[in-house]
Design a protein around this ligand. Structure first.
Ligand SMILES: Cc1ncc(COP(=O)(O)O)c(C=O)c1O
Length: 381
């Protein structure tokens, strides 16, 4: 196996992360909800326009909070794509609810609103939409369905920080949104995430759930003179060192997005000829959306060619992984979830998709990746 020359992702330091971590230590508070957590909340709210943002340990934690805020009960159903990460489904399964997996749109690879409508039953309580590759799902159509059936609409915006739909930011398009700041995302803090709340009536309960079911947030603001256990909850908040690091990244959020979008655009332009010859398909940018340069994927005509391209890139030391194992076909997905219909687009996409390296410090290596993809198809001819 060739030595890795171009990894799939490299966590990138963009500014003053260490400076702010040192300052957090000097300030003497390492637990959560201190100076840097407040700064991050302000930065995320200012950038997205969300009514409120709350830092969490991860997007997984933010989705678990969202499931609690949806008041899911055993046997309730939540409609979601099967083509997503496990956390979308785990969050609802932990509440005893049933993920109902539906197919994706073949162009956007986002949840197909027509399949959502068809999957609604009297037990449906919520729709969890995923913004795949950072491109927002068809949120107007989903909001319409949610309104008509009195459902909660949650955005799994793990990959979509900084993306827009009809001029509005991802994370502000549903009742709630969940972002990831995992080291594979655009803005990173190792592990990390945030829950955005777009309905004022959800904010106080979200603060309580995040603080172990206590009203400690109100106590810290001087709104009550002692705090106590008032609701369900867990410890969903990160410590100040994570928040300080994240603050250093958020300061450069525009630069990060711009650089990643430039890389995305470069891949798009440089691989257009292969698409024109029918050898692969590049991402389709869904109507009314702008992306954040989170991911660049390719769809090959079949799994054999996808696997061969991954192997050819690996032989040159270039790591190009695939994902997701569709949740409806995973052991836990079969135990805890169900499908409304067959999911042919999900199955085909999972078999034919690969992701090319894309990260802040990729630099000129992007041209080596592009050359390797071209060589693969030249040799195959
Ligand atoms: C769609 C989606 N949802 C949720 C997650 C979980 O994010 P985190 O690692 O921050 O918990 C991911 C992570 O890759 C993801 O891609």
């Amino acid at each position: 196996m060739a030595e890795t020359k171009i990894p799939f992702n490299r966590p990138s330091f963009v500014g003053r992360e260490l400076h702010w971590v040192t300052e957090a230590i000097n300030r003497g508070q390492l637990s959560g909800d201190g100076h840097f957590t407040r700064l991050c909340h302000q930065q995320i709210e200012a950038a997205t326009g969300a009514g409120a943002a709350l830092l969490t340990h991860s997007c997984t934690a933010a989705l678990e909070m969202a499931a609690l805020l949806c008041d899911l009960a055993p046997g309730d159903e939540v409609i979601m794509p099967s083509f997503t990460f496990v956390s979308t489904a785990n969050a609802v399964v932990l509440r005893g609810a049933v993920p109902v997996f539906v197919d994706i749109d073949p162009r956007s690879l986002n949840i197909d609103p027509a399949r959502v409508s068809a999957a609604i039953t009297p037990r449906t309580r919520a729709i969890f939409a995923v913004h795949y590759a950072g491109f927002p799902a068809d949120m107007d159509a989903l909001a319409e369905i949610a309104r008509a059936h009195d459902l909660m609409l949650v955005e799994d915006a793990a990959q979509a920080y900084g993306s827009t739909y009809k001029g509005r930011q991802a994370g502000t398009l549903g009742d709630m949104g969940a972002f990831s700041f995992h080291e594979t995302k655009n803005i990173i803090s190792g592990e990390g995430g945030a829950l955005t709340l777009n309905r004022p009536d959800l904010v106080e309960r979200a603060e309580i759930i995040r603080e172990k079911g206590t009203n400690r947030s109100r106590f810290l603001r001087g709104q009550v003179d002692k705090y106590t256990w008032v609701d369900l909850g867990s410890s969903f908040l990160p410590g100040e060192l994570i928040a300080a690091f994240l603050h250093g990244q958020l300061e450069f959020q525009d630069e990060i997005r711009q650089r990643r979008c430039a890389q995305f655009d470069h891949y798009m332009a440089a691989l257009a000829d292969l698409e024109a010859r029918g050898q692969l398909r590049r991402p389709v940018i869904p109507e009314h959306t702008t992306g954040n340069g989170h991911m660049f994927y390719l769809l090959l005509p079949d799994q054999a060619r996808r696997d061969a391209l991954i192997a050819a890139l690996r032989a040159r030391g270039i790591i190009a992984p695939f994902h997701y194992v569709p949740l409806h076909s995973a052991p836990a997905g079969q135990t805890y979830g169900r499908t409304a219909d067959p999911l042919p687009v999900t199955d085909r996409t999972s078999a034919c998709l690969l992701r090319l390296p894309l990260f802040y410090t990729l630099g000129d290596d992007i041209d080596a990746v592009i050359a390797a993809v071209h060589d693969f198809f030249a040799e195959a001819r």
